[in-house]
Ligand binder design. Structure first.
Ligand code: ZN
Length: 297
């Protein structure tokens, strides 16, 4: 099944709803980085959160969600754009802890304390860089969803509820379900509606539970919000996609110090460069390195 993210609303109320089923792309990310189960859960939640935040961006804009933390995972980065593309990685893919007493993965345990930094940038690819919007909050929970909710409420000043999940098969390490939703009370939403929404969300099943049952993003919202009517405004396919390429690797090598490039050519073995964001390896031949030197001289 294709991964999908949607932007929806409750007719007659200023409530923004974002939801997504991201099982395929989270599974791909975890396979690429060979993450242990707890690291998979942390990465999966962060990728889904970044995707949902990216849904409100315009073309050529991007969102970066970055946890800088002192837990065994060391750090998590996810970057998305308005087109449903997301990429990301964790500092230590092997970060893992025993399951908690309630059977859940101990994401807060591998994240620990630190800061959550969210950056919204525009025009980066065409050189029309606008001032990025950037906010930093302390990590208050480490469970990712709660931290994003705290960031949205405190830094972007939009009271938000965030629910994100990743369900991992502990034996195969495959991701069986991933996704979640964000509910935002935009200015003008009445206190009564906010309270009613919070009560329903508090009693809603976990996103992974709904996704395992086969629910699409819209059904997940309808289940979570009970008798509130929900309409879809926009729906997009989502995927794991990095911006690296052989050309970009060559450009990066071409910008190295001349002595460094000379050393690589003298080495006569070519270079193997790995993109740390998606773990793709690129082989650069000695002839290509020589061509880079020619271009420069
Ligand atoms: Zn890459």
């Amino acid at each position: 099944m294709t991964d999908t993210i949607i932007h929806a609303h409750i007719p007659g109320h200023d409530v923004r709803l974002l939801a997504g089923v991201t099982t395929g792309l989270v599974d791909e990310a975890c396979r690429r980085h060979r993450t242990a189960p707890t690291a998979s859960a942390a990465l999966g939640r962060t990728l889904t959160g970044a995707l949902l935040l990216g849904l409100m961006q315009k073309d050529l804009e991007r969102v970066t969600v970055q946890f800088s933390c002192d837990g065994p995972i060391g750090g998590i980065v996810a970057q998305s754009d308005a087109g449903g593309n997301v990429r990301g990685y964790v500092q230590n893919p092997e970060a893992d802890l025993p399951e908690r007493a309630d059977g859940k993965l101990d994401v807060a345990g591998v994240v620990g304390k630190g800061t959550l930094h969210v950056r919204r940038e525009a025009g980066f690819e065409i050189g029309l860089m606008k001032e990025p919007y950037s906010g930093i909050v302390e990590i208050t929970s480490g469970e990712v969803a709660q931290d994003l909710a705290y960031y949205l409420t405190v830094s972007e000043q939009i009271p938000s509820a965030v629910s994100l999940g990743t369900f991992v098969n502990m034996t195969s390490r495959g991701v069986l379900a991933a996704g979640g939703y964000i509910v935002q009370a935009m200015p003008g939403t009445s206190e009564d509606v906010v309270e009613a929404l919070m009560t329903r969300i508090g009693a809603a099943p976990m996103p992974t539970e709904m996704i395992l049952r086969g629910l699409a993003p819209i059904d997940m919202l309808r289940t979570a919000l009970g008798d509130f009517p929900v309409d879809v405004l926009e729906s997009r396919d989502a995927r794991f996609r990095c911006t690296c390429s052989h050309e970009r690797v060559l450009a990066m090598l071409g910008s190295l110090e001349p002595a460094e490039l000379e050393r690589m050519i003298a080495d006569d073995r070519g270079e193997h460069v790995v993109c740390h964001v998606c773990n793709t390896g690129y082989d650069v031949t000695v002839d290509e390195l020589r061509a880079l030197r020619e271009v420069r001289s």
